[in-house]
Write a protein of this length. Structure first.
Length: 257
Protein backbone atom coordinates (compact mmCIF):
# COMPACT_ATOMS: atom_id res chain seq x y z
CA UNK A 1 0.00 0.00 0.00
CA UNK A 2 1.37 3.37 -1.03
CA UNK A 3 2.14 5.74 1.81
CA UNK A 4 0.18 8.95 2.17
CA UNK A 5 1.92 11.81 0.31
CA UNK A 6 3.49 14.44 2.50
CA UNK A 7 1.99 17.89 2.31
CA UNK A 8 4.25 20.38 0.48
CA UNK A 9 3.27 23.00 3.05
CA UNK A 10 4.11 20.87 6.08
CA UNK A 11 7.08 21.76 8.27
CA UNK A 12 8.69 18.48 9.39
CA UNK A 13 10.48 18.81 12.71
CA UNK A 14 11.01 15.28 13.99
CA UNK A 15 13.25 12.37 13.13
CA UNK A 16 10.15 10.32 12.30
CA UNK A 17 9.12 12.86 9.68
CA UNK A 18 12.61 12.95 8.18
CA UNK A 19 12.50 9.17 8.05
CA UNK A 20 9.14 9.34 6.21
CA UNK A 21 10.56 11.85 3.73
CA UNK A 22 13.47 9.54 2.96
CA UNK A 23 11.14 6.58 2.52
CA UNK A 24 9.12 8.65 0.05
CA UNK A 25 12.22 9.71 -1.86
CA UNK A 26 13.34 6.08 -2.13
CA UNK A 27 9.88 4.76 -3.08
CA UNK A 28 10.31 2.86 -6.39
CA UNK A 29 6.92 4.07 -7.63
CA UNK A 30 6.65 7.71 -6.60
CA UNK A 31 10.16 8.59 -5.41
CA UNK A 32 13.01 10.63 -6.85
CA UNK A 33 14.95 8.75 -9.54
CA UNK A 34 18.28 10.09 -8.30
CA UNK A 35 17.62 9.06 -4.69
CA UNK A 36 16.35 5.64 -5.77
CA UNK A 37 19.56 4.99 -7.74
CA UNK A 38 21.91 5.72 -4.82
CA UNK A 39 23.84 3.06 -2.89
CA UNK A 40 25.93 3.02 0.29
CA UNK A 41 29.02 3.51 -1.87
CA UNK A 42 27.68 6.52 -3.79
CA UNK A 43 26.32 8.24 -0.67
CA UNK A 44 29.43 7.67 1.49
CA UNK A 45 31.39 10.60 -0.04
CA UNK A 46 28.50 12.94 0.77
CA UNK A 47 28.47 11.65 4.35
CA UNK A 48 32.15 12.47 4.74
CA UNK A 49 31.66 15.88 3.12
CA UNK A 50 28.79 16.76 5.44
CA UNK A 51 30.87 15.83 8.49
CA UNK A 52 33.60 18.21 7.30
CA UNK A 53 31.04 20.97 6.77
CA UNK A 54 29.86 20.51 10.36
CA UNK A 55 33.46 20.89 11.52
CA UNK A 56 33.88 23.95 9.31
CA UNK A 57 30.82 25.65 10.81
CA UNK A 58 32.18 24.96 14.29
CA UNK A 59 35.58 26.34 13.30
CA UNK A 60 33.90 29.52 12.03
CA UNK A 61 31.72 29.71 15.17
CA UNK A 62 28.70 30.03 12.88
CA UNK A 63 25.84 28.49 14.87
CA UNK A 64 23.25 29.20 12.19
CA UNK A 65 25.35 27.29 9.67
CA UNK A 66 25.98 24.57 12.25
CA UNK A 67 22.23 24.05 12.61
CA UNK A 68 21.91 23.54 8.85
CA UNK A 69 24.98 21.33 8.56
CA UNK A 70 23.88 19.11 11.44
CA UNK A 71 20.60 18.63 9.59
CA UNK A 72 22.49 17.65 6.45
CA UNK A 73 24.57 15.20 8.46
CA UNK A 74 21.45 13.76 10.11
CA UNK A 75 20.01 13.20 6.64
CA UNK A 76 23.03 11.05 5.81
CA UNK A 77 22.33 8.79 8.80
CA UNK A 78 18.69 8.45 7.78
CA UNK A 79 19.70 7.80 4.17
CA UNK A 80 22.05 4.93 5.03
CA UNK A 81 19.57 3.47 7.51
CA UNK A 82 16.81 3.55 4.91
CA UNK A 83 18.93 1.68 2.36
CA UNK A 84 19.82 -0.90 5.01
CA UNK A 85 16.15 -1.30 5.93
CA UNK A 86 15.30 -1.96 2.28
CA UNK A 87 17.85 -4.79 2.33
CA UNK A 88 16.43 -6.19 5.57
CA UNK A 89 19.73 -5.54 7.38
CA UNK A 90 18.73 -3.03 10.07
CA UNK A 91 16.51 0.01 10.64
CA UNK A 92 17.01 3.52 11.95
CA UNK A 93 15.55 2.33 15.25
CA UNK A 94 18.28 -0.33 15.39
CA UNK A 95 20.93 2.34 14.77
CA UNK A 96 19.61 4.52 17.59
CA UNK A 97 19.23 1.56 19.95
CA UNK A 98 22.81 0.45 19.25
CA UNK A 99 24.31 3.86 19.99
CA UNK A 100 22.20 4.21 23.15
CA UNK A 101 23.44 0.83 24.36
CA UNK A 102 27.01 1.76 23.50
CA UNK A 103 26.95 5.08 25.33
CA UNK A 104 25.49 3.45 28.45
CA UNK A 105 28.04 0.62 28.25
CA UNK A 106 30.93 3.06 27.85
CA UNK A 107 29.87 5.16 30.86
CA UNK A 108 29.53 2.63 33.69
CA UNK A 109 30.47 5.35 36.18
CA UNK A 110 27.35 7.31 35.12
CA UNK A 111 24.81 4.58 34.37
CA UNK A 112 26.23 1.71 36.44
CA UNK A 113 27.48 0.96 39.91
CA UNK A 114 31.17 1.77 39.47
CA UNK A 115 32.62 5.02 40.79
CA UNK A 116 35.31 5.52 38.17
CA UNK A 117 35.45 4.98 34.44
CA UNK A 118 38.07 2.44 33.26
CA UNK A 119 38.83 4.86 30.43
CA UNK A 120 37.28 5.40 27.01
CA UNK A 121 40.03 3.61 25.10
CA UNK A 122 40.02 0.65 27.49
CA UNK A 123 36.28 0.27 27.02
CA UNK A 124 36.60 0.49 23.25
CA UNK A 125 39.41 -2.08 23.33
CA UNK A 126 37.24 -4.49 25.30
CA UNK A 127 34.55 -4.15 22.63
CA UNK A 128 37.08 -4.93 19.91
CA UNK A 129 37.95 -8.17 21.68
CA UNK A 130 34.63 -9.67 20.64
CA UNK A 131 35.53 -9.38 16.98
CA UNK A 132 37.82 -11.60 14.92
CA UNK A 133 40.54 -8.98 14.44
CA UNK A 134 42.60 -9.06 17.63
CA UNK A 135 45.24 -6.60 16.44
CA UNK A 136 45.98 -3.50 18.52
CA UNK A 137 45.30 -1.61 15.29
CA UNK A 138 41.85 -3.11 14.72
CA UNK A 139 39.03 -0.69 14.06
CA UNK A 140 40.98 2.36 12.89
CA UNK A 141 38.70 3.62 10.11
CA UNK A 142 40.18 3.52 6.63
CA UNK A 143 38.21 6.60 5.58
CA UNK A 144 39.83 8.92 8.13
CA UNK A 145 41.96 11.77 6.74
CA UNK A 146 45.44 10.39 6.12
CA UNK A 147 47.20 12.45 8.80
CA UNK A 148 44.57 11.66 11.42
CA UNK A 149 44.62 7.94 10.59
CA UNK A 150 48.42 7.87 10.79
CA UNK A 151 48.25 9.45 14.24
CA UNK A 152 45.60 7.00 15.49
CA UNK A 153 47.59 4.01 14.19
CA UNK A 154 50.71 5.33 15.92
CA UNK A 155 48.85 5.88 19.19
CA UNK A 156 47.45 2.37 19.09
CA UNK A 157 50.93 0.92 18.49
CA UNK A 158 52.37 3.09 21.28
CA UNK A 159 49.89 1.64 23.81
CA UNK A 160 51.53 -1.76 23.46
CA UNK A 161 55.04 -0.29 23.71
CA UNK A 162 55.80 0.07 20.00
CA UNK A 163 57.08 3.64 20.14
CA UNK A 164 60.21 5.75 20.44
CA UNK A 165 61.26 6.37 24.06
CA UNK A 166 61.68 10.10 23.40
CA UNK A 167 61.31 12.72 20.69
CA UNK A 168 64.84 12.26 19.32
CA UNK A 169 63.80 9.03 17.59
CA UNK A 170 61.04 10.47 15.37
CA UNK A 171 63.13 13.59 14.73
CA UNK A 172 66.04 11.51 13.44
CA UNK A 173 63.61 9.45 11.35
CA UNK A 174 62.62 12.59 9.42
CA UNK A 175 66.25 13.16 8.39
CA UNK A 176 66.58 9.50 7.45
CA UNK A 177 63.49 9.61 5.24
CA UNK A 178 64.73 12.79 3.50
CA UNK A 179 67.93 11.00 2.55
CA UNK A 180 65.93 8.05 1.23
CA UNK A 181 63.72 10.31 -0.89
CA UNK A 182 66.76 11.93 -2.47
CA UNK A 183 68.25 8.51 -3.18
CA UNK A 184 65.05 7.13 -4.74
CA UNK A 185 65.27 6.65 -8.49
CA UNK A 186 61.78 5.79 -9.73
CA UNK A 187 58.56 7.71 -9.25
CA UNK A 188 57.15 4.77 -7.29
CA UNK A 189 60.13 4.79 -4.91
CA UNK A 190 59.89 8.56 -4.42
CA UNK A 191 56.15 8.31 -3.69
CA UNK A 192 56.72 5.53 -1.15
CA UNK A 193 59.54 7.41 0.58
CA UNK A 194 57.51 10.61 0.66
CA UNK A 195 54.72 8.67 2.36
CA UNK A 196 57.24 7.43 4.93
CA UNK A 197 58.37 11.03 5.48
CA UNK A 198 54.83 12.24 6.07
CA UNK A 199 54.22 9.36 8.48
CA UNK A 200 57.42 10.32 10.34
CA UNK A 201 56.35 13.98 10.53
CA UNK A 202 53.02 12.89 12.07
CA UNK A 203 54.97 10.79 14.59
CA UNK A 204 57.16 13.78 15.43
CA UNK A 205 54.07 15.97 15.86
CA UNK A 206 52.52 13.35 18.16
CA UNK A 207 55.61 13.39 20.39
CA UNK A 208 55.40 17.20 20.45
CA UNK A 209 51.77 16.94 21.52
CA UNK A 210 50.63 18.64 18.31
CA UNK A 211 47.63 17.50 16.27
CA UNK A 212 49.16 17.14 12.81
CA UNK A 213 45.78 17.39 11.06
CA UNK A 214 44.92 20.64 12.84
CA UNK A 215 48.43 22.02 12.34
CA UNK A 216 48.28 21.42 8.59
CA UNK A 217 44.78 22.89 8.38
CA UNK A 218 45.99 26.02 10.19
CA UNK A 219 49.06 26.26 7.96
CA UNK A 220 46.88 26.01 4.85
CA UNK A 221 44.61 28.76 6.23
CA UNK A 222 47.64 30.99 6.85
CA UNK A 223 48.91 30.36 3.34
CA UNK A 224 45.50 31.13 1.88
CA UNK A 225 45.23 34.39 3.82
CA UNK A 226 48.71 35.54 2.82
CA UNK A 227 48.23 34.50 -0.79
CA UNK A 228 45.04 36.55 -1.01
CA UNK A 229 46.97 39.54 0.38
CA UNK A 230 49.65 39.03 -2.27
CA UNK A 231 46.93 39.09 -4.93
CA UNK A 232 45.59 42.41 -3.64
CA UNK A 233 49.09 43.92 -3.29
CA UNK A 234 50.20 43.05 -6.81
CA UNK A 235 49.78 45.72 -9.49
CA UNK A 236 49.64 43.09 -12.23
CA UNK A 237 48.66 39.42 -12.58
CA UNK A 238 50.84 37.14 -10.44
CA UNK A 239 51.58 35.03 -13.51
CA UNK A 240 53.45 38.02 -14.98
CA UNK A 241 55.78 38.38 -11.98
CA UNK A 242 59.13 36.64 -11.51
CA UNK A 243 60.06 34.64 -8.43
CA UNK A 244 61.92 37.55 -6.82
CA UNK A 245 58.90 39.84 -7.16
CA UNK A 246 56.58 37.15 -5.82
CA UNK A 247 58.87 36.52 -2.85
CA UNK A 248 58.99 40.24 -2.03
CA UNK A 249 55.20 40.42 -2.04
CA UNK A 250 55.01 37.27 0.07
CA UNK A 251 57.31 38.70 2.73
CA UNK A 252 55.28 41.92 2.71
CA UNK A 253 52.09 39.90 3.22
CA UNK A 254 53.66 37.97 6.11
CA UNK A 255 54.72 41.21 7.78
CA UNK A 256 51.19 42.56 7.40
CA UNK A 257 49.98 39.62 9.50
Amino acid sequence: MRSKPLSPTSTPSSLAELRAIMARLRDPQIGCLWDIDQTFETIAPYTIEEAYEVADAIERKDLAALKDELGDLQLQVVYHARMAEELGAFTLDDVIAAICDKMIRRHPHVFGDTQESPGWEALKASERDVHDDKSALAGVALALPALKRAEKVQRRAARVGFDWPDISGPRAKIDEEMVEIEAAESFEEKAAELGDLLFSVVNYARHLGVDAEAALRDATARFEGRFRKVETMADEPLSDLNIEQLEALWQKAKTAG
